[in-house]
Design a binder for this molecule. Structure first.
Ligand SMILES: *[C@@H]1O[C@H](CO)[C@@H](O)[C@H](O)[C@H]1NC(C)=O
Ligand SMILES: *[C@@H]1O[C@H](CO)[C@@H](O)[C@H](O)[C@H]1NC(C)=O
Length: 496
């Protein structure tokens, strides 16, 4: 128990540290002109060094053997333009990659990547991250068979794009590998492996061997318009670092458009965010056991349509596995027969989402903590099976520390509404009126606030009082019998 707790504390501190660093950088960074002014003394000196460095690279490349190529496409280094003005588009067929997907293209692709890495650079992005100046590895619309992950040759580089084709895993691709692997194959002087790597317009077919893309300890990574399928482990894995932006992409273990006969067997996780400050926007997850798994802080999910494995078959659309420091915003998402699970959520917003097919939100108690939760303005549609829109899993113990939890203003069709605020009334002729809010209130036996009025048109004006709120049942009593209606408003959401 002890080491696990320490691990968690460490993660939390790291999370805070990362946020803090970003903040500090933001405050201390100076406008460009200002920076140039104050560093002017060493500016020319640095420029000279850089030019010498570029020259040495140029010389090395000219000595290197030309790429094995059967294609008529010109190799980028064949031109004799000066270093700075040479285009930095690396056409993979120039390196012998086979665009028909028949012959293994791993080595050819790695060579193109290596050349992009050793190409002309323009100083640095973050400290220790060489700026590759927008180098572009162009897959030229081909489909390439690969038997090893495409790893970048060295850590500490950025401003590079890989785009425009299909990568397919071969039958002997390592089952624990990723087709594109942004991990550090060497140590770097930077605290991040990579910065501003763009992976764009790609189809990744993992052929049920391993995963699609792994991003480790990188900064400002962009994954845009990718179709990632047949992964066995994960479609996209993001570990440490921050600001990986995954957008406008489609991920599914099996290629299906819903109602798949094999749905019960779907496995794997489409997107696994194990880091902070990432965004998943406008993404469809059409098959996987878990759509998006989040175990880092301050991530945002917007426009995500999950119709991976249905909850009824044991699937989860979005799983928030970061008890006690969640800091996640889920907005404008479409949870289609598969729901959201959040463990001990602390700071969580779920808003403007659509839940279809009895999909619901499950708050799972780990240490009994639920704090700063807004589940508001969502739509839920189901099939009249009495499924509650927000549910509690208290199998590991009840939620006992509840604070600032608001579940309200959701609309429901064919499901049971649950909320932390409710209104009701009771008509009676006598001295006692009871309004039972237990069917609608989320937390059992928890009412923080009651407001009521007693309406009676008779000639008597009774004295009346609120007597009991136990078990979410509000009891009003009067001193004399009258025919009256009581109107009651209740709120829950805090145990303090
Ligand atoms: C309320 O109950 C009393 C006594 O049972 C009865 O006389 C009276 O008519 C009732 N009033 C109404 C409005 O039902
Ligand atoms: C309030 O109601 C509960 C049952 O709902 C009962 O057990 C309890 O004794 C009541 N408290 C008072 C003060 O009447």
């Amino acid at each position: 128990m002890e080491p696990a707790m320490q691990g968690k504390m460490f993660t939390i501190l790291m999370g805070l540290a990362s946020l803090f660093i970003v903040h500090v950088n933001g405050e201390t960074s100076l406008p460009l002109d200002h920076q140039k002014l104050i560093s002017d003394g060493r500016y020319h000196d640095q420029m000279q060094k850089m030019q010498a460095f570029k020259h040495s690279l140029l010389t090395r490349r000219q000595l290197a053997t030309p790429p094995i190529s059967s294609s008529p496409a010109p190799a980028p280094q064949a031109t004799l333009q000066p270093t700075g003005s040479r285009p930095r588009v690396y056409q993979v067929t120039s390196y012998g990659a086979d665009p028909t997907g028949k012959v293994d293209s791993t080595e050819a692709l790695l060579k193109a990547i290596a050349d992009a890495f050793n190409g002309p650079s323009e100083g640095f992005l973050m400290k220790g991250i060489t700026n590759l100046g927008g180098a572009h590895i162009n897959l030229q619309g081909g489909n390439y068979l690969i038997s090893k992950p495409l790893r970048l040759p060295a850590a500490g580089a950025g401003n590079l794009m890989i785009s425009g084709g299909t990568l397919t895993a071969s039958d002997d691709f390592p089952t624990d590998g990723y087709l594109i692997d942004l991990s550090a194959s060497s140590s770097s002087s930077s605290s991040y492996n990579y910065e501003y790597i763009t992976i764009k317009d790609l189809m990744l077919d993992c052929k049920f061997r391993g995963g699609g893309i792994s991003v480790i300890n990188s900064l400002r990574t962009s994954i845009d318009n990718c179709y990632i399928t047949h992964f066995n482990t994960e479609g996209i894995s993001v570990q440490n670092g921050h600001e990986t932006y995954i957008r406008n992409s489609f991920l599914g273990q099996h290629i299906t458009a819903g109602g798949d006969p094999g749905e019960r067997k779907f496995s794997g996780t489409a997107i696994n965010l194990m880091g902070n400050d990432n965004a998943v926007t406008d993404v469809v997850i059409f098959s996987a056991a878990i759509g998006v798994m989040v175990s880092g802080q301050a991530n945002t999910l917007s426009g995500v349509h999950c119709y991976n494995k249905a909850t009824g078959f044991g699937g989860t659309g979005i799983y928030l596995k970061l008890p006690s420091l969640t800091q996640t915003r889920i907005v404008n998402c479409y949870l289609d027969y598969t729901g959201i699970v959040a463990e001990d959520p602390v700071q969580l917003t779920i808003s403007s989402c659509f839940f279809l097919g009895d999909a619901y939100i499950l708050l799972k108690s780990i240490n009994g903590l639920a704090k700063g939760i807004n589940i508001v303005d969502n739509m839920f549609a189901g099939s009249d099976k009495g499924i509650e829109i927000v549910q509690l899993d208290q199998s590991k113990g009840p939620f006992k520390k509840i604070d600032q939890v608001v579940v309200d203003r959701n609309n429901v069709e064919g499901m049971n509404l649950k909320a932390t605020a409710a209104r009701g009334s009771a008509q009676g002729n006598g001295t006692s009126w009871t309004v039972d809010f237990s069917p609608v209130l989320l937390f059992p036996n928890l009412i923080n606030h009651v407001q009521y009025s007693l309406s009676s048109s008779g000639t008597k004006f009774p004295s009346h009082a609120l007597r009991n709120v136990s078990q979410n049942r509000v009891v009003i009593e009067s001193d004399i019998a009258v025919a009256a209606r009581v109107f009651v408003t209740v709120e829950q959401g805090s145990t303090s």
